[in-house]
Design a protein around this ligand. Structure first.
Ligand SMILES: C[S@@+](CC[C@H](N)C(=O)[O-])C[C@H]1O[C@@H](n2cnc3c(N)ncnc32)[C@H](O)[C@@H]1O
Length: 472
């Protein structure tokens, strides 16, 4: 249970359930419980039937819910589902919304787990949507079994849409939030390959039907659909949220949101050995910066670095000049949005090329003044007479020169190619940031926002300093 300490602070499953007590009080649970030689009571987490019984039993014990979990459907892990509900409670608390609260659960599944938890825990009104006829029926049965029809409605979605289907008629409701646990995978193969062999094997057995887990384009496309449809119904849902199963998809979605300047926040849902992510965004004037992610020590406000450069009169295109500086640093960049005088770039440095620039320049100058060393510099093999230090310096400078000449030869294409190659290989970034450039009053204004990277925000500050020093 390595990640349990990072569960939401109000999650009751931060303290694992007392299996011995459950086995004594619940007959069905005692049927799947086993006692090890030290007398510890546990269950076989790899066995879907045991998982189903455990979840059913916890729903009864902790929430007084009678839920039927069909054998061929996903067994909802409660600590994870609760983490999501608790985070939505935090989001709602930031907007001072008085009761009643109305939420939308996109793809509610056969258990309608989120509407059930939200209704019994917070008395929230919930609408759950579902495309799968069998899950739809089971979800409705579960609501009726618990007499929660006054709080929960399950609606069939017969369209390919995810949000718009809720707003087809003029009298449609306005929701305080929406939530979604999207199907994660593009196909069965991806599903099986989803866990890297380097990571510990998941503790829990596999449950769920392909219909629940697979969608065209995977979760990224599904979440992007929510995002795109949210733009058409900005005020119909006050806080849009979704769960994200893969961190690389979260990064993509965050870039999408930043590119169009939408207020957003993220969190981590940690339980057992599994981490999922929560992403929330809004078109309202809300401030989510006070919300802590369980792993954060400080509130998550990432103030961008803002600076201005004077327009260079003898330079025909200041933005091209800026791009050239990035290219000299071997910083890959991709245009995310381009409007009249505004440009948003996604920039990634995969090695630190900006540190010790003065030293590097000194060496280059020294070498260029010395014809012998210059000759040596042009040769790949160094002379035996060179000192070790010199050799190292020459070799480093050589590398720089060779790389730069290749870069220049490939000019515009090289950066996008290396950008895509590196992204594809999921190479670890030294600095990954967003760079917004806008020209105003004869100034080139730049806003750089750190996303991630091993050099931290300090690395971004160093890049900014390099740009300032080389702006001439
Ligand atoms: C991963 S399951 C989540 C089930 C449940 N919410 C949970 O967390 O256990 C995704 C669900 O979304 C449903 N679904 C897929 N596309 C949908 C759409 N366009 N509208 C509504 N539901 C959809 C699937 O049938 C499936 O039940």
């Amino acid at each position: 249970m390595a990640l349990n300490k990072f569960m939401h602070p109000r999650n009751i499953y931060k303290t694992p359930p007392d299996f011995a007590k459950l086995a004594k009080t619940n007959e069905e649970f005692s049927g799947v419980a086993k006692v090890d030689i030290s007398g510890k009571v546990s269950i076989d987490f790899k066995n879907p039937h045991s998982l189903r019984v455990l979840t059913k039993c916890l729903l009864k014990t902790d929430f007084n819910l009678d839920v039927v979990i069909p054998e061929d459907r996903l067994v909802p892990t409660l600590p994870l589902r609760l983490n999501y509900i608790l985070w939505i409670e935090d989001l709602i608390s930031t907007i001072n919304k008085s009761e009643p609260i109305l939420g939308l659960d996109i793809g509610t599944g056969a258990c309608a787990i989120y509407p059930l938890l939200a209704a019994v825990k917070n008395k929230w009104h919930m609408v759950g949507t579902e495309t799968d006829a069998e899950s739809l029926k089971q979800a409705r049965d579960n609501i009726i079994r618990n007499n929660l029809q006054h709080l929960i409605e399950i609606r069939e979605n017969t369209t390919e849409l995810v949000i718009e289907n809720m707003f087809m008629d003029e009298n449609s409701q306005t929701f305080d939030f929406c939530m979604c646990n999207p199907p994660f995978y593009t196909n069965m193969q991806e599903l099986w390959e989803s866990r890297s062999p380097a990571r510990p094997e998941p503790k829990n057995g596999f449950t769920g039907s392909p219909h629940e887990l697979i969608t065209e384009g995977g979760e990224l496309q599904f979440c992007r659909k929510i995002l795109e449809e949210s733009k058409l119904h900005k005020d119909k849902i006050l806080i849009f949220t979704t769960m994200v199963g893969h961190k690389f998809n979260l990064k993509e979605l965050v870039i999408d949101l930043k590119a169009v300047g939408i207020t957003y926040t993220t969190t981590e849902f940690c339980q057992g050995r599994v981490t999922r992510w929560g992403l929330a965004w809004t078109y309202q004037n809300y401030d989510f910066s006070t919300i802590y992610s369980p792993k954060d020590k400080l509130p998550k406000k990432r103030a961008p670095i803002l600076f201005s450069l004077p327009e260079l009169k003898d330079c025909s295109d200041n933005i091209e000049k800026l791009k050239r500086i990035l290219e000299n640093l071997q910083i890959s960049h991709k245009v995310i949005t381009k409007r009249k005088t505004d440009l948003m770039l996604d920039v990634i440095a995969f090695s630190n090329t900006w540190s010790n620039q003065r030293r590097k320049r000194r060496i280059l100058k020294r070498l260029s003044e010395d014809p012998v060393k210059k000759a040596r510099l042009n040769l790949k093999n160094q002379s035996d007479e060179s000192s070790e230090k010199e050799k190292e310096e020459i070799s480093k400078s050589n590398e720089t020169i060779v790389t730069k000449s290749i870069e220049r030869a490939e000019e515009n294409t090289s950066n996008n190619v290396s950008y895509n190659n590196s992204i594809e290989k999921h190479k670890e970034a030294v600095v990954h940031a967003l760079m917004k450039i806008f020209k105003k009053d004869e100034l080139v204004n730049i806003e750089m926002e750190f996303i991630n990277g091993s050099a931290g925000k300090e690395g971004l500050h160093q890049i900014v300093q390099y740009i300032k020093n080389n702006w001439k």
